[in-house]
Ligand binder design. Structure first.
Ligand code: ADP
Ligand code: ADP
Length: 231
């Protein structure tokens, strides 16, 4: 459903060029949990941002549901981002002075969903992530794990096909991280989930697939639960 073909993304700053993505080719299935590992500066976040439609690639192609994005206009990228993508981050990115339901509704303001429907979808999503009893609170009344659940509710409320996670447990203790990973693993049964992480133990335990980046290139792509990987 999502395929990157010889994708390149270079950053030019002054006289120097950084090859953030240097000929990346990879296919993702409709429902799988992919962990992206690799040293700092290896291109992980750049790939997530390109897949999420936040950044544009320079050359190559990204195929979405069989369709090339080479000729996508800004409006096409906006529609793709608003309808097909959910994003979660290490620091939750919640708005402190808004209530929890309003935070979740905010994720749908650009999606063309009516106000009533946004409210219903927000409530449904909060119930799905286990926050049914906390819906009338504000973010600062919640624990870190609960705040990440709100962020996950916001990301999935409009039922995107793809959930992109940038260090989702980076600010959480081990016990809470495990609970959040259980939730994300559940979501990967119905979506493509791509997660950048610095935590190889969590990645190996939870993901169906480990992709390692180095210097803007994919160095390996394997199934952690297969004892004798092919090739
Ligand atoms: P990672 O997520 O693996 O740490 P990034 O994708 O953030 O790696 O960065 C890949 C490379 O691209 C790094 O060398 C980084 O410094 C560079 N880079 C990322 N974003 C920019 C930018 N906006 N301008 C210039 N260089 C950037
Ligand atoms: P990460 O924790 O994912 O590695 P970074 O700290 O590398 O993130 O980057 C944080 C932000 O700064 C990103 O949005 C990235 O695009 C930007 N960035 C990274 N490297 C550079 C750079 N050399 N010049 C400008 N922006 C950069």
């Amino acid at each position: 459903m999502l395929e990157l073909k010889h994708l390149k993304k270079y950053y030019r700053v002054g006289d120097s060029t950084t090859k953030a993505l240097d000929d990346v080719s990879i296919s993702f299935r409709e429902k799988e949990f992919v962990a992206i590992l690799g040293p700092s500066g290896s291109g992980k976040t750049t790939m997530l941002n390109v897949i999420g439609g936040l950044d544009r690639y320079d050359t190559g192609d990204m195929i979405i549901n069989g369709k090339s994005t080479k000729n996508f206009k800004d409006t096409d990228w906006d529609a793709y981002r608003n309808n097909s993508i959910g994003f979660i981050f290490q620091n939750y990115n919640l708005i402190g002075h808004l209530g929890i339901i309003a935070n979740v509704e905010l994720g749908m303001t650009l999606s063309g969903v009516s106000k009533e429907e946004r409210h219903q979808k927000a409530v449904d999503a909060l119930q799905k992530v286990g926050l049914g009893d906390h819906m009338n609170k504000k973010p600062n009344q919640l624990s870190g794990g609960q705040m990440q659940r709100v962020a996950i509710a916001r990301a999935i409320a409009n039922d995107p096909d793809i959930l992109l996670c940038d260090e989702p447990t980076g600010a959480l203790d081990t016990e809470t991280s495990v609970q959040i990973m259980d939730l994300i693993q559940d979501l990967a049964k119905e979506k493509l989930v791509i997660m950048v992480t610095h935590n190889p133990e969590l990645a190996e335990e939870y993901a169906d697939r480990l992709v390692r980046f180095e210097d803007g290139q994919i160095k390996s792509d394997s199934n952690p639960h297969q004892e004798h990987p092919k090739g």
